[in-house]
Ligand binder design. Structure first.
Ligand code: NAP
Length: 324
């Protein structure tokens, strides 16, 4: 007998139920993992609320770390006892134990704890592809990251700084501004007080930034475009305030021949060789100390609803893990 979080209808955090279940032996190509820590991510809110529809009833969660307990036929590179972590596969990481396609698992280096593994995979691999592939940050670039004190935000600040960028970040409070600064954000902007695009122009001598990483969506999209230098790259990678409304692509021309992309970690890491290369680069910057993993909240897994309330109310900073 094992336990997991499940939801039968979409809605607020109250739809999350802590229920018993049986876990079948792993099917061919799968591994059974006993979770030691589970990652909390904003995409979990989109799945729970129905913004990203899923067949119901459903498990929740895309990220965890733990120990392999059994492997199905055809799995040759993993053995019971191996320490692993993942971001992706089918929903269902909010569980004490589960089966998952072995293709999604990466070995967790001994120097990293299970909590670190669960905190870093989804947000860290996202920081990796945003900074190294979607727009490859160059030394001297000025960049803008929204929600700079959040899970993805603090990792992007540190990594971009290590790459030699000038990091501008938006945050919702002075406390978050101080935290972002501690993690490499050169110029935090408290967006409740200042118009972001005006401040960005001031900070960049009128030029604008090379890239905006915008995970807020609806509330920030147009002003983010106004922060870019000519031919700059708008990376719209999330919708914490709601989905971006339709707009005329002619606007990109008028604002300086801008580029726009709407990337997803799951496309960037779909091929196993890409996943492994991304994870290796992430582990390298973390193990070298260039990127630290601020795990600022922990909750028992059974209290996932409480964690969701904190995340949606913008009361969390850095990463959050749920402990089975
Ligand atoms: N496309 C991808 O591959 C990918 C992968 C991972 C994450 N993401 C996206 O990246 C974003 C960050 O994810 P995360 O897990 O690290 O979360 P997070 O940044 O730790 O939390 C969300 C933060 O967004 C800010 N925010 C602004 N407007 C908000 C609103 N209306 N409601 C709630 N929060 C709002 C808040 O910070 P302030 O108080 O400073 O405003 C809040 O703390 C999410 O949008 C997520 O979907 C995308």
């Amino acid at each position: 007998m094992s336990r997991l979080i499940r939801f039968e209808r979409t809605g607020g955090p109250e739809v999350l139920q802590w229920v018993d279940c049986d876990v079948a032996p792993p099917a061919p190509g799968e591994a059974q993992v006993r979770h030691c820590a589970v990652g909390l991510n904003y995409i979990d809110v989109y799945h729970r609320s129905g913004l990203y529809p899923v067949p119901l009833p459903s498990g929740l969660g895309l990220e965890a770390s733990g120990v392999v307990e059994a492997v199905g036929d055809g799995v040759v590179d993993l053995r019971p006892g191996d320490r692993v972590a993942y971001a992706g596969g089918a929903l269902g990481a909010y569980a004490e134990r589960r089966n998952i396609v072995a293709d999604r698992l990466v070995r967790l280096p001994d120097a990293l704890s299970f909590e670190q593994g669960a905190a870093m995979m989804l947000q860290g691999l996202t920081a990796q592809y945003l900074l190294r592939r979607t727009y490859r940050v160059q030394p001297g670039d000025a960049i803008l990251i929204h929600a700079a004190a959040g899970g993805v935000g603090l990792l992007v600040c540190q990594w971009a700084k290590a790459l030699g960028a000038t990091v501008i970040g938006t945050v919702g409070s002075d406390e978050k501004a101080a935290l972002a600064q501690l993690y490499g954000c050169d110029h935090p902007i408290v967006y409740t007080r200042e118009r972001v695009s005006s401040r960005v122009r001031e900070l960049t001598g009128g030029e604008g930034v090379a890239v905006v990483y915008d995970s807020i969506g609806k509330d920030t999209f147009l002003d983010s475009l106004a922060c870019l230098r000519p031919m700059g790259m708008m990376v719209s990678f999330g919708n914490a305030s709601g989905p971006v409304e339709s707009f005329d692509p002619g606007l990109l021309g008028k604002m300086g021949s801008l580029f726009l992309t709407r990337p997803s970690l799951f496309a960037y890491s779909a091929r196993r060789e890409d996943l492994l290369a991304m994870a290796e680069e992430l582990f390298t910057v973390v193990l070298s100390g260039q990127v630290k993993l601020p795990i600022n909240q922990q909750f028992p897994l059974r209290d996932a609803a409480v964690a969701h309330r904190e995340l949606e109310a913008r009361r969390t900073t850095g990463s959050t893990v749920l402990i089975p």
